[in-house]
Design a protein around this ligand. Structure first.
Ligand code: AMP
Length: 291
């Protein structure tokens, strides 16, 4: 595996495999790898001839400066883990390489960015994500770019921008990897104290409670959400949002008539965590509640 820090060196390295018709896969990350990241790398490794992993803690997508300062970083460990997964290139650009002086362009996706994470972290968050992902897609020109389903709204934003800007790439969204107790893996989990780690399991429990209510025939979003909110309140979490939305618009629904997604963002101590669950109602919900 080669660690590369400049755009020109990466382009040069990819030139030959591209000319030879080899397929290129890109896995954008902010590092501090866990099994979620590694599962995406494995998927890219199994589908592409050359795998590029980018590791860049993108300042532009952090609305909170202390969140950026405290974001876990361990490049040396990440390099060992990526190499073990058979990654070919680890792209680790310094900030000035991605945002040189005079940088003045923002990619901004409307609509889907206005709810949930966009509403709570501000439009700047998804502007930062959209801008850096557009740059990475332009730098690498991969055939396939891989993202995780844990950041469900982010995946929708990226699919939208690739389509709208005619970027010739296939976007693949990979399943969320969880701890045995259901907590979605996140680089931020290392910031949780022991008690907070236990509290954090309520996010997934809440989503499952809402999912079982829907599968048992509940059509009212408010009631289905209430089942999850009870779990979050019992665990003492500060909820940023708990929503049932239709995909891919990410617009909240009040009545559940088809597939929906439940999404949560909550703060445990000083750590903000997100999670989601896709939910299909039972095929015939009229007889679901038997006495
Ligand atoms: P990050 O380093 O947090 O920006 O994440 C890099 C990629 O890994 C993103 O596409 C995330 O959605 C994805 N990812 C993060 N956590 C998980 C997880 N638990 N399971 C699957 N993918 C994940």
């Amino acid at each position: 595996m080669r660690a590369i820090r400049t755009i020109s060196e990466l382009r040069e390295a990819l030139d030959r495999p591209r000319r030879e018709g080899r397929s290129l896969g890109l896995v954008p990350t902010m590092g501090s790898f866990h099994e979620g990241h590694l599962s995406i790398m494995r998927r890219a490794r199994s589908e592409c001839d050359e795998v590029v992993v980018s590791l860049f803690v993108n300042p532009a997508q952090f609305n909170d400066k202390s969140d950026l300062a405290g974001y876990p970083r361990d490049e040396r460990r990440d390099a060992v883990l990526a190499q073990a997964e058979g990654v070919d290139y680890l792209f680790v650009p310094p900030e000035r390489e991605m945002y040189p002086s005079g940088f003045a362009t923002t990619v901004s996706v409307a609509g889907v960015t206005e709810t949930l994470e966009g509403a709570h972290r501000g439009r700047g968050h998804f502007d930062g994500v959209a801008t850096v992902v557009t740059k990475l897609l332009n730098i690498v020109s991969p055939h396939v770019a891989y993202f995780g389903g844990k950041d469900a709204q982010q995946a929708v934003v990226i699919e939208r921008l690739a389509r709208d800007l005619d970027i010739p790439v296939r976007i693949e969204v990979c399943p969320t990897i969880r701890e045995p107790d259901g907590l979605a893996l996140s680089s931020r989990n290392v910031l949780l104290g022991a008690d907070e780690r236990a509290q954090a399991t309520a996010l997934h429990r809440a989503l499952l409670a809402t999912a079982s209510a829907v599968r048992a025939g509940e059509h009212e979003a408010a009631s289905a959400k209430e089942a999850g909110l009870t779990e979050l309140a019992a665990a003492g979490l500060h909820v940023d949002y708990y929503e049932l939305v239709s995909t891919p618009t990410m617009e909240p629904v009040s009545r559940i008539d088809g597939d929906v997604m439940a999404l949560v963002a909550a703060r445990v101590g000083g750590v903000r965590l997100i999670d989601n669950e896709r939910i299909s109602p039972a095929p015939n919900t009229h007889h679901a509640r038997r006495s």
